[in-house]
Design a protein around this ligand. Structure first.
Ligand SMILES: CC(C)(COP(=O)(O)OP(=O)(O)OC[C@H]1O[C@@H](n2cnc3c(N)ncnc32)[C@H](O)[C@@H]1OP(=O)(O)O)[C@@H](O)C(=O)NCCC(=O)NCCS
Length: 182
C-alpha cells in the first residue's frame, strides 16, 4: 500500500517523476550541495561528485527525481548489483547469495522546504518495486547512526539493521537490508 502522505502531496501539487540524466544532473548536484551545506554534522551525508554520477548513469543505475514544475524537490539513487563497495556485503546473511541479486540504495535527498511529507518513503517504495520487477532479491543501504529521520523511514519500510561500519575511514554507518523476494 502506498503511503497516503506523499501520495496526497504529489497529487495535489502535480509532482512529476523524471529520470535524471546528463542533461539535468546539474540540478541534482545543486540540491546535493545545498543539502550538505545546511547539515549540522558533515559526516551525515557522503558527497558524490558530478563525475561519479556520470559513471553511475553510464552503468544504467537508476537515478530519479521528483519535480514540482521545473524545480527538483527530491532525488533517489539506486545502484545495480556489483556496482558498490564490497564491505557492505560483509555479513553472513549474504554468504550464499548471488551478488547479482543485491541492489544498493545509495542516496535519498528531500529539499528542506519539502520535508515532512514522507517523500523518502516514496523512493523506498519505488526502488522496492523496481528491484522486484528486475528479479532482485535484496536491497542494502547505509545511514549515519544519528540520522534519526532517515532511520525511522527505512525501518518503517521494513529495512533491518545488520552491520555497523566506518566507510572511507571516516563515515560511521549503520547498514540495513531488506529482502524483497522470498
Ligand atoms: C532524511 C530525509 C530524506 C527525510 O525526508 P522526508 O521525506 O522529509 O522525511 P519525513 O517526511 O519522514 O520527515 C522527516 C522529519 O522532517 C521534519 N520536517 C518537517 N518539515 C521540515 C522542514 N521544513 N525542515 C526540516 N525538517 C522538517 C519533520 O520533523 C519530520 O519528522 P516527523 O515524521 O516526526 O514529522 C530528509 O530529511 C533529507 O533529505 N535529509 C538530508 C539528506 C539525508 O540525510 N538523506 C538520507 C541519507 S541516508
Amino acid at each position: 500500500m502506498k503511503n497516503p502522505v506523499y501520495q496526497h502531496f504529489m497529487i495535489e501539487n502535480d509532482v512529476k517523476l523524471k529520470l535524471i540524466d546528463e542533461k539535468n544532473l546539474n540540478l541534482l548536484i545543486k540540491l546535493q550541495n545545498e543539502t550538505i551545506q545546511e547539515l549540522e554534522n558533515d559526516d551525515l551525508y557522503r558527497f558524490t561528485s558530478f563525475e561519479k554520477y556520470m559513471e553511475i548513469l553510464n552503468k544504467q543505475s537508476l537515478v530519479i527525481g521528483l519535480f514540482l514544475k521545473q524545480e527538483l524537490i527530491a532525488f533517489g539513487t539506486l545502484l545495480r548489483p556489483n556496482c558498490f563497495e564490497e564491505e557492505l556485503l560483509n555479513s553472513k546473511i549474504f554468504n550464499n547469495i548471488d551478488k547479482n541479486t543485491i541492489y544498493y540504495y545509495k542516496a535519498v535527498v528531500v529539499k528542506k522546504t519539502y520535508r515532512g511529507k514522507k517523500l523518502q518513503i516514496f523512493f523506498n517504495e519505488y526502488f522496492e518495486d523496481f528491484v522486484r520487477k528486475n528479479g532482485g532479491i535484496y536491497i542494502v543501504l547505509n545511514v549515519h547512526p544519528d540520522n534519526q529521520y532517515s532511520i525511522k523511514n527505512f525501518e518503517a519500510s521494513g529495512f533491518i539493521h545488520y552491520l555497523d561500519l566506518v566507510m572511507e575511514n571516516r563515515y560511521p554507518r549503520k547498514a540495513y537490508y531488506k529482502k524483497i523476494l522470498p
